[in-house]
Design a protein around this ligand. Structure first.
Ligand SMILES: Cc1cc2nc3c(=O)[nH]c(=O)nc-3n(C[C@H](O)[C@H](O)[C@H](O)COP(=O)(O)O)c2cc1C
Length: 205
């Protein structure tokens, strides 16, 4: 399977005019094979101390605006994004030798979209979002469980979205599509935003 994909390669003529359409094409064809984690990506941020940090997230939307993930906006990643509005996102689909790298500006997803996503989550996940002060140091597992019980008692019926929890929308400035090829001579085609247009460039592998 690996060889079969690698042999096909990626040429300039294959590409859609904009990277979100191209992402959609790649995502749909990979998702159609029912992989476990097509929407799993690593999001990297730079903190106010200048240090980069990266962590896994599930990308819950990709449309003409960009890529969406949901998190606690007071977490380490949330604070970094609130401070500089930038992130990088990388998908790796090892079985088909594809990688997609995104660099972009980050904004809050509109509240109604965050509300809609939050309300679609199971009650346990909603409670967890309130109970966890994500990225803070805590004393023990028992402290977390006590917080969970408090939140369960506080919201016996519907659980509202926490004000500090919601979606981030990464609007790409650069998106690279990487296709593995034999002999390490991989295809790397990058879309770069220049003067309101997408410029497509080939990068050395
Ligand atoms: C498979 C997987 C999916 C994850 N998805 C998310 C997610 O969508 N949102 C999120 O906030 N954290 C997610 N996490 C947890 C993050 O990787 C991370 O531990 C957490 O967000 C705290 O990161 P931070 O301290 O750098 O802000 C996921 C972890 C794994 C392993």
């Amino acid at each position: 399977m690996r060889e079969q994909y690698g042999r096909d390669g990626l040429s300039e003529a294959d590409l859609a005019p904009d990277p979100m359409t191209q992402f959609g094409d790649w995502f749909e064809s990979w998702a159609a094979t029912d992989p476990f984690d097509a929407n799993l990506a690593t999001v990297a941020t730079v903190g106010t101390d200048g240090w980069p940090e990266a962590r896994a997230v599930l990308v819950k939307g990709a449309d003409e605006r960009g890529f969406v993930f949901h998190t606690n906006r007071r977490s380490a990643k949330g604070r970094a994004i609130e401070a500089n509005g930038r992130a990088a996102l990388t998908f790796v689909w090892r079985e088909i030798e594809r990688q997609i790298r995104v660099v972009g500006d980050v904004a809050h997803l509109p509240d109604q979209e965050s509300d809609a996503y939050f309300s679609s989550r199971p009650r346990g996940a909603q409670i967890g979002a309130w109970a966890s002060d994500q990225s803070a140091v805590i004393a023990s597992r028992a402290e977390l469980e006590a917080r969970r019980r408090e939140v369960e008692a506080r919201f016996p019926a519907e659980v509202p979205r926490p004000p500090h929890w919601g979606g981030y929308l990464i609007s790409p400035r650069r998106v690279e599509f990487w296709q593995g090829r034999p002999d390490r001579l991989h295809d790397r085609l990058q879309y770069r935003r220049v003067d309101n247009h997408w410029r497509i460039e080939r990068l050395a592998p």
